[in-house]
Each structure stands twice: as C-alpha cells, then as structure tokens.
Design a protein around this ligand. Structure first.
Ligand SMILES: [Zn+2]
Length: 64
C-alpha cells in the first residue's frame, strides 16, 4: 500500500473549506478546490490518487 493516507482522507475530509491534503483554508465557491489544486502540484497529485480510490465508491464523481 503506497498511499496509506487515502483511507484516512476519505473519512476525515468533512470540512470542504479546507484542502484535505495540506489543510489549507480554501476560498468559498465551487471553484475554490480545483483552483487550489492547480496552484498546488503536490495536492493535485494526491487528489489524483484519492480520486482513483474514491471514484470507485462515488459514482457521480467530482469532475464537472
Ligand atoms: Zn492543498
């Protein structure tokens, strides 16, 4: 298991006003998180991993 943080995040990400990967406070609005990812390569990579895992459970997905 090379991504042990994933299962933690899927349970812990209860605050949409914060990035679940670096815990930065996000701006309000639906674009806040995608914008943050675009500015934070590390978070973007982690989100990719996270989405791979969670996408199996969340049918409708995140991507617009
Ligand atoms: Zn972040």
């Amino acid at each position: 298991m090379h991504t042990p943080h994933i299962s933690y995040l899927t349970h812990a990400w209860t605050d949409p006003s914060r990035c679940p990967f670096c815990l930065s406070t996000l701006d309000d609005g639906v674009d806040a998180f995608p914008t943050h990812l675009s500015q934070s390569p590390n978070c973007s990579v982690e989100f990719g991993d996270w989405e791979e895992v969670v996408g199996e459970f969340v049918g409708d997905g995140w991507a617009a």
